[in-house]
Design a protein around this ligand. Structure first.
Ligand code: SF4
Length: 334
């Protein structure tokens, strides 16, 4: 049965970009974060359990180690998923938080590895000095480079509550500088919905801001309370409201309907990797029930990406393929 594709899925974007099945191979850069090393704070952002991340290796990622990580992972991924193209994914911590020489060495090591078609680099808005943007632009003119930017929220109250160590203006500045100084870099913004401090218009406002910067992608997740985080400590001390699945899906619908249809959606929600380490919400633990309930609500509300976006053309492709967002747990996405 031909099914309406309600949003521009990451699979379709990868297919359009690389022409075949593409998979992200996680590699560790060996870097830290300004919210972990004492520069801005210690202990990390309030929601982040970097130790639970699949890309946490706890070792320095020199060029030869980067290549070794890639070589050891590609064969299994090729066999299991039938992937034809591979992207080296610097996922955990802040992967632009170093001097340019070191960054160039690890990025180039990854790009020089056979089978690697490009880079995905996770970072924070306040860790993108001009020299780093120039390096990214230089690489992006020759290879695919996607910057996964941990904006998380455009509400200052939520950024403070999440102890991010940067404000809304820092994200706006980073997006503007990326657009002007590094135009070949693909930008994928990470957002969290569901902080009790979010403004009532947070989904619509976030979509409109992203449209205005003409970024390429978004990756969404619900506020999740994981063990070994500041949020877990606060939640146990005094529980705060968490969105149930229906309320979260309502926020997704409002966001997607205001989002330009040219922006791909890499993920709609996060799935708890370790169920026993997820305190709330409980629906984070049940991948397929959650997937099906979101799909059903999208259908009953006839949610279409961009349906309420102002000033952007609406043209959604029809597809018989099931959109298959990556639902892995975001524990350390910068
Ligand atoms: S969310 Fe990102 S910046 Fe914050 S502690 Fe985790 S990895 Fe570091």
């Amino acid at each position: 049965m031909i099914e309406l594709e309600r949003y521009y899925s990451y699979n379709r974007y990868l297919q359009n970009t690389f022409g075949g099945k593409t998979y992200k191979v996680v590699v560790a850069s060996g870097l830290t974060c300004p919210t972990r090393d004492g520069t801005l704070a210690k202990g990390g952002c309030a929601f982040c359990d970097v130790r639970g991340s699949s890309s946490y290796f706890g070792k320095k990622g020199r060029g030869d180690e980067i290549q070794e990580q890639i070589r050891s992972r590609i064969p299994a991924v090729r066999e299991r998923f039938g992937a034809k193209h591979f992207l080296a994914y610097f996922q955990s911590y802040t992967n632009t938080y170093s001097d340019v020489e070191y960054l160039r060495s690890i990025y180039q090591a990854a790009l020089s590895e056979p089978g690697i078609d490009g880079l995905c680099i996770g970072t924070r808005p306040d860790c993108l000095p001009d020299a780093v943007l120039d390096l990214l632009e230089d690489l992006a003119q020759k290879s695919y480079v996607s910057l996964e930017l941990g904006v998380q929220s455009f509400d200052n109250a939520s950024l403070e509550w999440l102890t991010r160590g940067h404000d809304r203006q820092s994200s706006l500045d980073a997006l503007a500088r990326l657009k002007n100084r590094a135009p070949h870099v693909q930008v994928c913004v990470h957002l969290i919905f569901g902080s009790p401090t979010d403004s009532s218009q947070a989904p619509e406002e976030a979509a409109q801001i992203l449209n205005s910067f003409q970024i390429q992608g978004v990756k969404l997740h619900q506020l999740m309370i994981l063990e070994n985080t500041e949020l877990a400590r606060r939640f146990r001390e005094e529980p705060f409201p968490i969105l149930d699945l229906e309320a979260y899906t309502e926020q997704l619908i409002r966001f997607l309907e205001h989002l330009s249809p040219s922006i791909y959606v890499e993920r709609l929600y996060a799935n708890a990797t370790h169920n026993d380490e997820c305190l709330a919400p409980q629906w984070s633990k049940n991948r397929w029930d959650t997937h099906n309930q979101i799909r059903d609500l999208f259908q009953s509300r006839n949610c279409i990406q961009g349906a309420r976006a102002r000033g952007v053309p609406i043209s959604m492709p029809l597809s018989s393929s099931r959109s298959s967002e990556n639902t892995s747990q975001l524990t350390a996405g910068s």
